[in-house]
Design a protein around this ligand. Structure first.
Ligand code: SF4
Length: 365
């Protein structure tokens, strides 16, 4: 962390903020449910024990903020099939062990397929440059934070043996779906600072107007999270649905306009299933026609022959957790049949996955 970030860990200031939250809750006089939409927020909450600092009646639920967790099984199946068909599949480490219907990329690798873990889209391109005789497919996952760099790579004209299998996702439509779920009654959203560095916080204006629910963009240090919560509670106390930026050291209203422009030049939205949540209109990013030559789905005949999934998968509550209607410890498999060493669902694999985070920090944070 930078020095500035460390200032946002001051315990005294955190306790003062916690007192302020308690006073705000007294003013509000009824229970409040907030939702964050970012795995990094859950990490901060778990790591610094922030839930234990919240006053009675205030809960922070998890939302669809882990892109790996909402990647649908057929998307993993496609990546596995491409690896089995002989392509080198490059993937972020978080995706490597996410189970598909029958197996993960890790399983494919163990069976002899070429699967390479990369840290960036540009590393995947280097892999293609280093292996001119092979097809390299980048299994591209993540929200705007990673979709923008993927787009920049494609706009830059990568080698001809490079293509992408896009599982990139776009958060705002998913927030709408979650806001409309009958079982969730969310009074305010803490939106992810990472994605907002690209999109700008102005992106949430429409959501705020339509759902009359406050949205605050927050950072990832403990004080950032508590400050975001404070702003949300102030809105709720005042009966307002405001849009605020509680992460001004990184986020602007407009975001990174050049990166955004490239992203929308390369990608367009389409409807897609978010694992265990719902079919969400306009929430998946696919390549535009102009970039079809780099689309693995166009270039190859991806036809995964999948059998039955592991029966345990049926019990996985990852989708409900991502929709804010369940917690990891509501799942019977949590910490028993499902552990980071032997994950049943994606929520136990990704470093942004709530089940993995709760396991890492010793249970309910
Ligand atoms: Fe799914 Fe495992 Fe989490 Fe249960 S503990 S919801 S099986 S990832």
């Amino acid at each position: 962390s930078s020095e500035t970030d460390l200032q946002f860990r001051d315990p005294d200031a955190a306790h003062e903020l916690a007192d302020r939250l308690a006073a705000l809750m007294d003013d509000i006089g009824e229970s409040v449910s907030l939702m964050h939409v970012c795995g990094s927020h859950e990490q901060a909450i778990a790591k610094f024990g922030l839930r234990s600092m919240l006053p009675d009646g205030l809960s922070i639920r998890m939302g669809p903020g882990c892109p790996v967790c909402v990647t649908n099984m057929p998307e993993v199946d496609d990546a596995v099939a491409l690896a089995e068909q002989g392509a080198i599949v490059a993937t972020y480490g978080d995706m490597y062990r996410v189970p598909g219907t029958e197996g993960s990329l890790a399983d494919a690798s163990a069976a002899g397929a070429d699967v390479e873990i990369v840290y960036s889209a540009s590393e995947a391109v280097e892999l293609a440059a280093d292996n001119p005789g092979r097809e390299v497919v980048f299994f591209a996952t993540g929200f705007e934070t990673t979709a923008a760099p993927t787009a920049a790579i494609l706009a830059g004209g990568p080698p001809k043996n490079f293509s992408i299998l896009s599982a990139h996702k776009y958060v705002p439509p998913a927030m709408e779906v979650v806001a409309e779920l009958p079982d969730t009654d969310i009074d305010g959203f803490l939106a992810a600072g990472h994605a907002a560095t690209i999109t700008g916080y102005g992106l949430f204006e429409e959501f705020v107007d339509q759902y009359e629910t406050p949205v605050v963009v927050g950072g990832f240090e403990p004080l950032d999270v508590l400050l975001g919560v404070e702003r949300l509670l102030e809105n709720i106390r005042d009966g307002e649905a405001g849009l605020e930026n509680a992460y001004p050291r990184c986020v602007s209203r407009e975001g990174n306009t050049a990166a955004l422009e490239t992203m929308w030049d390369v990608f367009e939205t389409t409807s897609g299933e978010w694992r265990g949540i719902a079919e969400i209109p306009d929430a998946n990013l696919v390549l535009r026609e102009e970039y079809a030559e780099y689309d693995a789905r166009t270039r190859f005949d991806v036809d995964p022959a999948v059998g039955d999934s592991d029966p345990l998968t049926e019990q996985c509550l990852c989708g409900d957790i991502m929709a804010g209607t369940a917690d990891p410890d509501d799942c019977d498999l949590f910490g028993e049949e499902c552990t980071p060493g032997n994950p049943v669902g994606a929520c136990m694999v990704s470093s942004e996955g709530p089940c993995k985070i709760w396991q890492e920090y010793g249970g309910k944070p």
